[in-house]
Ligand binder design. Structure first.
Ligand code: HEC
Length: 141
């Protein structure tokens, strides 16, 4: 192979490697951290829930009188714990494992899970509870 051709092939290979490296880096940067990815996956597992509707339900149900909830205007209550980062907690309400199903059950009817809890039953439907749980997992980070 003449030198000029070898140089040209070398440049093409180098260029392809650079593009490949850029693609890998891009994929890595958009992957987020492992825990963010897990939270996102968990939220999507709640495919029956709509996070936008969930936020509207939260704002209309007075959750913010007791809880601080990121992304919900006026939700700055200090009666109970902030719901920021709820997706990363292990236990909900001190009584059940934090799963999408259990979070929806808790917000739908907390006293069914813990009769002694101070959190009232605010009267959400099953669908509203799913929407709220999806919002909390996805957005309240
Ligand atoms: C009157 C105050 C009050 C209102 C209103 C209220 N909560 Fe609570 N909430 C509490 C209290 C108190 C706890 C702690 C319960 C316990 O540990 O027994 C709690 C616990 C929770 C938990 C579990 C938190 C954890 O770290 O385990 C979630 C999730 C939650 N509330 C969501 C909501 C949502 C969503 C709404 C609105 C639909 C709402 N709450 C309305 C008082 C309230």
């Amino acid at each position: 192979m003449p030198d000029s051709l070898r140089d040209a092939v070398g440049w093409i290979v180098a260029a392809l490697l650079a593009v490949a490296a850029a693609v890998v880096l891009q994929a890595f940067l958009h992957r987020g951290t492992g825990s963010q990815q897990r939270q996102h996956d968990t939220a999507l597992a709640l495919s029956a829930g709509d996070p936008d509707r969930g936020r509207t339900v939260i704002a209309a149900s007075g959750c913010g009188a007791c809880h601080t909830i990121p992304g919900v205007p006026g939700a700055r209550g200090r009666v109970a714990s902030s719901l920021q980062g709820i997706a990363t907690r292990n236990i909900i309400g001190g009584v059940v494992a934090n799963t999408p199903h259990n979070l929806a059950r808790w917000v739908e009817n907390p006293r069914a899970l813990n009769a002694a809890t101070a959190m009232p039953n605010v009267g959400l439907s099953r669908q509203q509870a799913l929407d709220v749980a999806t919002y909390l997992y996805l957005a309240a980070q």
